[in-house]
Design a binder for this molecule. Sequence first.
Ligand SMILES: C[S@@+](CC[C@H](N)C(=O)[O-])C[C@H]1O[C@@H](n2cnc3c(N)ncnc32)[C@H](O)[C@@H]1O
Length: 366
Amino acid sequence: MTTKSSLSEKLRKQVETEGSLSVEQWMAACLADPDDGYYMTRDPFGRSGDFITAPEISQMFGELLGLWSAVMWQSMGAPAEVRLVELGPGRGTLMADALRAANSLPSFIDAVSVHMVETSPVLKVSQQNKLANARCSVDWHDSLETVPDGPMIVLANEFLDALPVQQWIFHNGQWFQRMVGHDGEAFVFAIGDPVDPEDVPYFLSGAAEGAIFETSPVVSRVIETLARRLHTDIGAALLIDYGHTKRGAGETLQALKGHQFADPLQNPGEQDLTAHVDFAYVAEIAKRAGAGVWGPLPQGALLERMGIAARATRLLLNASKQQAEDIATARHRLVDDGAMGRLFKAVALTHPELAAPPGFEGSLAD
Ligand SMILES: C[S@@+](CC[C@H](N)C(=O)[O-])C[C@H]1O[C@@H](n2cnc3c(N)ncnc32)[C@H](O)[C@@H]1O
Protein backbone atom coordinates (compact mmCIF):
# COMPACT_ATOMS: atom_id res chain seq x y z
CA MET A 1 0.00 0.00 0.00
CA THR A 2 1.21 3.53 -0.77
CA THR A 3 1.22 6.65 1.42
CA LYS A 4 -1.81 8.57 2.65
CA SER A 5 -1.82 11.38 0.09
CA SER A 6 -0.77 9.15 -2.80
CA LEU A 7 -4.28 8.90 -4.30
CA SER A 8 -4.46 12.68 -4.51
CA GLU A 9 -1.06 12.73 -6.21
CA LYS A 10 -2.02 9.87 -8.55
CA LEU A 11 -5.27 11.62 -9.60
CA ARG A 12 -3.52 14.98 -10.05
CA LYS A 13 -0.99 13.33 -12.40
CA GLN A 14 -3.79 11.56 -14.27
CA VAL A 15 -5.59 14.89 -14.80
CA GLU A 16 -2.32 16.49 -15.96
CA THR A 17 -1.56 13.80 -18.54
CA GLU A 18 -5.02 12.64 -19.67
CA GLY A 19 -7.25 15.65 -18.91
CA SER A 20 -10.07 16.00 -16.40
CA LEU A 21 -11.93 13.00 -15.01
CA SER A 22 -15.68 12.54 -15.16
CA VAL A 23 -17.41 12.80 -11.76
CA GLU A 24 -18.08 9.06 -12.15
CA GLN A 25 -14.34 8.31 -12.58
CA TRP A 26 -13.55 10.55 -9.61
CA MET A 27 -16.05 8.82 -7.33
CA ALA A 28 -14.95 5.35 -8.48
CA ALA A 29 -11.27 6.16 -7.82
CA CYS A 30 -11.95 7.75 -4.41
CA LEU A 31 -14.02 4.78 -3.21
CA ALA A 32 -12.51 1.81 -4.97
CA ASP A 33 -8.93 2.51 -6.12
CA PRO A 34 -7.34 -0.91 -5.44
CA ASP A 35 -4.54 0.55 -3.26
CA ASP A 36 -5.94 3.71 -1.73
CA GLY A 37 -9.73 3.70 -2.31
CA TYR A 38 -11.83 4.57 0.74
CA TYR A 39 -13.45 1.14 1.12
CA MET A 40 -10.25 -0.74 0.28
CA THR A 41 -8.32 0.59 3.24
CA ARG A 42 -10.62 0.90 6.25
CA ASP A 43 -13.66 0.05 8.33
CA PRO A 44 -15.54 3.38 8.16
CA PHE A 45 -18.39 2.63 10.60
CA GLY A 46 -19.24 3.78 14.10
CA ARG A 47 -18.31 6.60 16.42
CA SER A 48 -14.63 6.58 15.56
CA GLY A 49 -15.41 6.24 11.84
CA ASP A 50 -17.23 8.48 9.38
CA PHE A 51 -20.87 7.30 9.51
CA ILE A 52 -23.26 4.78 11.04
CA THR A 53 -25.80 2.61 9.26
CA ALA A 54 -29.11 1.05 10.36
CA PRO A 55 -27.74 -2.44 11.19
CA GLU A 56 -25.04 -0.82 13.33
CA ILE A 57 -27.70 1.24 15.17
CA SER A 58 -29.78 -1.75 16.27
CA GLN A 59 -29.96 -5.53 15.94
CA MET A 60 -33.71 -5.07 15.27
CA PHE A 61 -32.97 -3.92 11.71
CA GLY A 62 -31.13 -7.09 10.62
CA GLU A 63 -33.51 -9.31 12.59
CA LEU A 64 -36.58 -7.92 10.81
CA LEU A 65 -34.85 -8.33 7.44
CA GLY A 66 -34.04 -11.94 8.36
CA LEU A 67 -37.71 -12.62 9.14
CA TRP A 68 -38.69 -10.84 5.92
CA SER A 69 -36.39 -13.23 4.03
CA ALA A 70 -37.86 -16.31 5.71
CA VAL A 71 -41.44 -15.26 4.89
CA MET A 72 -40.40 -14.41 1.33
CA TRP A 73 -38.89 -17.88 0.97
CA GLN A 74 -42.20 -19.43 2.05
CA SER A 75 -44.12 -17.37 -0.48
CA MET A 76 -41.64 -18.52 -3.16
CA GLY A 77 -42.88 -22.07 -2.43
CA ALA A 78 -40.12 -22.90 0.09
CA PRO A 79 -37.52 -24.12 -2.48
CA ALA A 80 -35.12 -26.77 -1.13
CA GLU A 81 -32.18 -24.45 -1.86
CA VAL A 82 -32.16 -20.68 -1.70
CA ARG A 83 -29.27 -18.22 -1.97
CA LEU A 84 -29.45 -15.50 0.67
CA VAL A 85 -27.39 -12.73 -0.95
CA GLU A 86 -26.25 -9.47 0.59
CA LEU A 87 -24.85 -6.68 -1.56
CA GLY A 88 -22.32 -4.42 0.21
CA PRO A 89 -22.56 -6.12 3.62
CA GLY A 90 -20.33 -3.72 5.61
CA ARG A 91 -19.26 -5.34 8.89
CA GLY A 92 -21.56 -8.35 8.36
CA THR A 93 -23.83 -7.23 11.21
CA LEU A 94 -27.05 -7.26 9.18
CA MET A 95 -26.47 -10.84 7.96
CA ALA A 96 -25.48 -12.10 11.42
CA ASP A 97 -28.65 -10.59 12.95
CA ALA A 98 -30.79 -11.83 10.04
CA LEU A 99 -29.55 -15.42 10.39
CA ARG A 100 -30.06 -15.39 14.16
CA ALA A 101 -33.68 -14.26 13.75
CA ALA A 102 -34.32 -16.69 10.89
CA ASN A 103 -33.25 -19.58 13.12
CA SER A 104 -36.85 -19.49 14.34
CA LEU A 105 -37.71 -21.14 11.00
CA PRO A 106 -35.20 -24.04 10.89
CA SER A 107 -36.41 -25.34 7.51
CA PHE A 108 -35.46 -21.96 5.99
CA ILE A 109 -31.96 -22.06 7.52
CA ASP A 110 -31.56 -25.63 6.19
CA ALA A 111 -32.29 -24.37 2.67
CA VAL A 112 -30.04 -21.28 2.85
CA SER A 113 -26.57 -20.72 1.46
CA VAL A 114 -25.24 -17.21 2.14
CA HIS A 115 -23.50 -15.17 -0.56
CA MET A 116 -21.79 -11.92 0.41
CA VAL A 117 -21.03 -9.55 -2.48
CA GLU A 118 -18.20 -7.36 -1.22
CA THR A 119 -15.22 -5.61 -2.81
CA SER A 120 -13.46 -4.38 0.35
CA PRO A 121 -10.79 -6.75 1.67
CA VAL A 122 -10.92 -5.06 5.09
CA LEU A 123 -14.70 -5.45 5.47
CA LYS A 124 -14.56 -9.00 4.12
CA VAL A 125 -12.43 -9.93 7.16
CA SER A 126 -15.01 -8.36 9.53
CA GLN A 127 -17.77 -10.29 7.79
CA GLN A 128 -15.82 -13.55 8.02
CA ASN A 129 -15.39 -13.03 11.77
CA LYS A 130 -19.07 -12.15 12.29
CA LEU A 131 -20.28 -15.19 10.35
CA ALA A 132 -17.68 -17.69 11.58
CA ASN A 133 -20.34 -19.68 13.45
CA ALA A 134 -23.08 -19.52 10.82
CA ARG A 135 -25.03 -22.76 10.49
CA CYS A 136 -25.07 -22.51 6.70
CA SER A 137 -22.34 -22.16 4.05
CA VAL A 138 -21.06 -18.62 3.43
CA ASP A 139 -19.25 -17.58 0.23
CA TRP A 140 -17.86 -14.24 -0.93
CA HIS A 141 -18.11 -12.69 -4.39
CA ASP A 142 -16.78 -9.54 -6.07
CA SER A 143 -20.05 -9.12 -7.94
CA LEU A 144 -23.56 -10.53 -8.24
CA GLU A 145 -22.61 -12.19 -11.53
CA THR A 146 -20.71 -15.02 -9.80
CA VAL A 147 -23.50 -15.90 -7.34
CA PRO A 148 -24.71 -19.32 -8.63
CA ASP A 149 -28.05 -19.57 -10.44
CA GLY A 150 -31.14 -20.64 -8.53
CA PRO A 151 -33.80 -19.19 -6.24
CA MET A 152 -32.50 -16.17 -4.34
CA ILE A 153 -33.33 -13.53 -1.79
CA VAL A 154 -31.21 -10.39 -1.97
CA LEU A 155 -30.72 -7.79 0.76
CA ALA A 156 -28.91 -4.47 0.28
CA ASN A 157 -28.74 -1.62 2.76
CA GLU A 158 -26.87 1.53 1.74
CA PHE A 159 -25.23 -0.29 -1.15
CA LEU A 160 -26.60 1.61 -4.15
CA ASP A 161 -25.64 5.01 -2.67
CA ALA A 162 -21.99 3.91 -2.64
CA LEU A 163 -21.91 3.32 -6.41
CA PRO A 164 -20.48 6.06 -8.67
CA VAL A 165 -22.72 8.62 -10.40
CA GLN A 166 -22.24 10.74 -13.50
CA GLN A 167 -23.19 14.40 -13.26
CA TRP A 168 -24.59 16.62 -16.01
CA ILE A 169 -24.70 20.42 -15.79
CA PHE A 170 -26.94 22.90 -17.64
CA HIS A 171 -24.91 25.81 -19.01
CA ASN A 172 -25.84 28.43 -21.62
CA GLY A 173 -28.97 26.53 -22.65
CA GLN A 174 -27.26 23.16 -23.03
CA TRP A 175 -26.38 20.07 -20.93
CA PHE A 176 -22.69 19.13 -20.50
CA GLN A 177 -20.97 16.32 -18.64
CA ARG A 178 -19.54 17.60 -15.33
CA MET A 179 -15.88 16.84 -14.79
CA VAL A 180 -13.19 17.13 -12.12
CA GLY A 181 -10.03 19.01 -13.07
CA HIS A 182 -7.12 20.55 -11.14
CA ASP A 183 -6.31 24.27 -11.08
CA GLY A 184 -2.72 23.85 -9.83
CA GLU A 185 -3.77 24.14 -6.19
CA ALA A 186 -6.81 21.92 -5.74
CA PHE A 187 -9.29 19.69 -7.55
CA VAL A 188 -12.13 21.73 -9.05
CA PHE A 189 -15.32 21.00 -10.98
CA ALA A 190 -15.05 21.60 -14.73
CA ILE A 191 -17.30 21.35 -17.78
CA GLY A 192 -16.82 18.52 -20.28
CA ASP A 193 -18.44 17.57 -23.58
CA PRO A 194 -21.98 18.66 -24.47
CA VAL A 195 -24.75 16.08 -24.41
CA ASP A 196 -26.57 15.26 -27.62
CA PRO A 197 -29.97 17.06 -27.18
CA GLU A 198 -31.67 13.81 -28.31
CA ASP A 199 -30.33 12.10 -25.19
CA VAL A 200 -31.72 14.66 -22.74
CA PRO A 201 -34.79 13.28 -20.95
CA TYR A 202 -38.02 15.29 -21.29
CA PHE A 203 -38.18 16.25 -17.62
CA LEU A 204 -34.94 18.21 -17.92
CA SER A 205 -36.17 20.67 -20.56
CA GLY A 206 -36.30 24.23 -19.31
CA ALA A 207 -33.70 23.68 -16.55
CA ALA A 208 -32.14 26.70 -14.82
CA GLU A 209 -28.54 27.78 -15.49
CA GLY A 210 -26.19 25.65 -13.34
CA ALA A 211 -28.78 22.89 -12.72
CA ILE A 212 -27.24 19.47 -12.13
CA PHE A 213 -28.63 16.06 -12.99
CA GLU A 214 -27.19 12.73 -11.87
CA THR A 215 -27.29 9.31 -13.49
CA SER A 216 -25.56 6.06 -12.59
CA PRO A 217 -24.74 3.49 -15.26
CA VAL A 218 -23.34 1.24 -12.49
CA VAL A 219 -26.63 1.31 -10.55
CA SER A 220 -28.51 0.65 -13.81
CA ARG A 221 -26.35 -2.40 -14.55
CA VAL A 222 -26.76 -3.82 -11.03
CA ILE A 223 -30.55 -3.39 -11.09
CA GLU A 224 -30.85 -4.83 -14.58
CA THR A 225 -28.79 -7.91 -13.63
CA LEU A 226 -30.74 -8.33 -10.41
CA ALA A 227 -34.16 -7.97 -12.04
CA ARG A 228 -33.26 -10.46 -14.78
CA ARG A 229 -32.06 -12.97 -12.20
CA LEU A 230 -35.24 -12.59 -10.13
CA HIS A 231 -37.25 -13.16 -13.28
CA THR A 232 -35.31 -16.18 -14.55
CA ASP A 233 -34.74 -17.88 -11.17
CA ILE A 234 -37.57 -17.17 -8.76
CA GLY A 235 -36.59 -14.62 -6.14
CA ALA A 236 -36.95 -11.27 -4.39
CA ALA A 237 -34.75 -8.34 -3.39
CA LEU A 238 -35.12 -5.72 -0.67
CA LEU A 239 -33.12 -2.55 -1.35
CA ILE A 240 -32.97 0.14 1.33
CA ASP A 241 -31.20 3.44 0.83
CA TYR A 242 -31.57 7.18 0.98
CA GLY A 243 -32.87 8.82 -2.13
CA HIS A 244 -35.71 10.47 -4.01
CA THR A 245 -38.85 9.03 -5.56
CA LYS A 246 -39.30 11.60 -8.38
CA ARG A 247 -36.79 12.17 -11.15
CA GLY A 248 -35.43 15.67 -11.65
CA ALA A 249 -32.44 17.96 -11.42
CA GLY A 250 -30.51 18.27 -8.15
CA GLU A 251 -27.01 17.63 -6.85
CA THR A 252 -26.74 14.93 -4.18
CA LEU A 253 -23.08 13.90 -4.34
CA GLN A 254 -21.81 14.32 -0.78
CA ALA A 255 -18.80 13.56 1.36
CA LEU A 256 -18.77 12.55 5.02
CA LYS A 257 -15.73 12.56 7.26
CA GLY A 258 -15.97 12.00 11.00
CA HIS A 259 -19.81 12.29 10.81
CA GLN A 260 -19.52 15.81 9.27
CA PHE A 261 -20.25 16.89 5.71
CA ALA A 262 -17.06 17.62 3.77
CA ASP A 263 -16.02 18.88 0.32
CA PRO A 264 -16.30 15.91 -2.10
CA LEU A 265 -13.27 17.14 -4.04
CA GLN A 266 -10.94 17.11 -1.04
CA ASN A 267 -9.01 14.26 0.58
CA PRO A 268 -9.62 11.62 -2.14
CA GLY A 269 -9.80 8.15 -0.58
CA GLU A 270 -9.94 9.61 2.94
CA GLN A 271 -13.68 10.35 3.20
CA ASP A 272 -16.93 8.65 2.25
CA LEU A 273 -18.61 9.72 -1.00
CA THR A 274 -22.25 8.91 -1.74
CA ALA A 275 -25.11 10.05 -3.95
CA HIS A 276 -28.84 9.71 -3.35
CA VAL A 277 -30.56 6.85 -5.14
CA ASP A 278 -33.00 7.74 -7.91
CA PHE A 279 -35.73 5.26 -6.92
CA ALA A 280 -37.96 6.18 -9.86
CA TYR A 281 -35.18 5.16 -12.24
CA VAL A 282 -34.44 1.98 -10.26
CA ALA A 283 -38.15 1.05 -10.57
CA GLU A 284 -38.20 1.85 -14.30
CA ILE A 285 -35.15 -0.33 -15.06
CA ALA A 286 -36.35 -3.21 -12.89
CA LYS A 287 -39.78 -3.21 -14.57
CA ARG A 288 -38.21 -3.07 -18.02
CA ALA A 289 -36.10 -6.11 -17.10
CA GLY A 290 -39.26 -8.02 -16.07
CA ALA A 291 -39.38 -7.74 -12.26
CA GLY A 292 -42.37 -6.87 -10.08
CA VAL A 293 -41.62 -3.59 -8.28
CA TRP A 294 -43.08 -2.78 -4.85
CA GLY A 295 -42.81 0.61 -3.18
CA PRO A 296 -40.73 2.64 -2.59
CA LEU A 297 -41.95 2.94 0.99
CA PRO A 298 -40.40 5.08 3.70
CA GLN A 299 -38.09 2.96 5.88
CA GLY A 300 -40.04 3.96 9.00
CA ALA A 301 -43.35 2.74 7.57
CA LEU A 302 -41.81 -0.54 6.41
CA LEU A 303 -40.18 -1.28 9.78
CA GLU A 304 -43.46 -0.51 11.56
CA ARG A 305 -45.33 -2.88 9.23
CA MET A 306 -42.65 -5.53 9.76
CA GLY A 307 -43.30 -5.34 13.52
CA ILE A 308 -40.46 -3.27 14.99
CA ALA A 309 -42.73 -2.30 17.93
CA ALA A 310 -43.29 -5.95 18.87
CA ARG A 311 -39.59 -6.75 18.43
CA ALA A 312 -38.62 -3.83 20.69
CA THR A 313 -41.15 -4.92 23.32
CA ARG A 314 -39.67 -8.42 23.26
CA LEU A 315 -36.12 -7.11 23.69
CA LEU A 316 -37.23 -4.86 26.56
CA LEU A 317 -38.32 -7.92 28.58
CA ASN A 318 -34.72 -8.76 29.49
CA ALA A 319 -33.20 -5.29 29.22
CA SER A 320 -31.43 -3.26 31.89
CA LYS A 321 -32.47 0.39 32.34
CA GLN A 322 -29.61 1.54 30.09
CA GLN A 323 -30.39 -1.12 27.48
CA ALA A 324 -34.06 -0.12 27.51
CA GLU A 325 -33.10 3.49 26.79
CA ASP A 326 -30.78 2.37 23.98
CA ILE A 327 -33.52 0.22 22.41
CA ALA A 328 -36.01 3.10 22.50
CA THR A 329 -33.46 5.56 21.05
CA ALA A 330 -32.47 3.16 18.28
CA ARG A 331 -36.08 2.45 17.36
CA HIS A 332 -36.86 6.16 17.07
CA ARG A 333 -33.74 6.75 15.03
CA LEU A 334 -34.72 4.04 12.55
CA VAL A 335 -38.41 4.97 12.17
CA ASP A 336 -38.96 8.66 12.98
CA ASP A 337 -39.63 11.01 10.08
CA GLY A 338 -37.11 13.50 11.44
CA ALA A 339 -34.40 10.81 11.68
CA MET A 340 -33.96 7.98 9.16
CA GLY A 341 -37.62 7.01 8.79
CA ARG A 342 -38.52 9.16 5.81
CA LEU A 343 -35.23 9.97 4.06
CA PHE A 344 -34.46 6.26 3.76
CA LYS A 345 -36.71 4.28 1.46
CA ALA A 346 -37.22 0.65 0.64
CA VAL A 347 -38.08 -0.92 -2.67
CA ALA A 348 -38.73 -4.62 -3.23
CA LEU A 349 -38.18 -6.36 -6.56
CA THR A 350 -39.73 -9.77 -7.13
CA HIS A 351 -40.38 -12.42 -9.71
CA PRO A 352 -43.48 -10.95 -11.40
CA GLU A 353 -45.78 -13.73 -10.24
CA LEU A 354 -44.97 -13.48 -6.54
CA ALA A 355 -47.45 -11.99 -4.07
CA ALA A 356 -46.70 -8.81 -2.15
CA PRO A 357 -43.56 -9.12 -0.01
CA PRO A 358 -44.09 -8.65 3.75
CA GLY A 359 -44.69 -4.97 4.50
CA PHE A 360 -45.37 -4.07 0.85
CA GLU A 361 -49.04 -5.17 0.71
CA GLY A 362 -50.97 -2.79 -1.55
CA SER A 363 -47.83 -1.03 -2.81
CA LEU A 364 -47.24 -2.62 -6.22
CA ALA A 365 -45.75 0.16 -8.38
CA ASP A 366 -47.79 0.97 -11.55
C1 LIG B 1 -22.28 2.29 3.14
S1 LIG B 1 -21.61 0.71 3.28
C2 LIG B 1 -23.06 -0.19 3.81
C3 LIG B 1 -22.70 -1.40 4.60
C4 LIG B 1 -23.84 -2.26 5.17
N1 LIG B 1 -24.80 -2.64 4.17
C5 LIG B 1 -24.55 -1.55 6.31
O1 LIG B 1 -25.72 -1.21 6.14
O2 LIG B 1 -23.92 -1.37 7.35
C6 LIG B 1 -21.38 0.18 1.61
C7 LIG B 1 -20.91 -1.25 1.45
O3 LIG B 1 -20.84 -1.56 0.05
C8 LIG B 1 -19.55 -2.11 -0.26
N2 LIG B 1 -19.31 -1.80 -1.67
C9 LIG B 1 -19.08 -0.60 -2.23
N3 LIG B 1 -18.98 -0.72 -3.57
C10 LIG B 1 -19.17 -2.02 -3.85
C11 LIG B 1 -19.22 -2.78 -5.06
N4 LIG B 1 -19.04 -2.22 -6.25
N5 LIG B 1 -19.46 -4.10 -4.98
C12 LIG B 1 -19.66 -4.70 -3.76
N6 LIG B 1 -19.62 -4.04 -2.60
C13 LIG B 1 -19.38 -2.72 -2.64
C14 LIG B 1 -18.65 -1.45 0.76
O4 LIG B 1 -17.40 -2.08 0.89
C15 LIG B 1 -19.52 -1.55 2.00
O5 LIG B 1 -19.51 -2.85 2.51
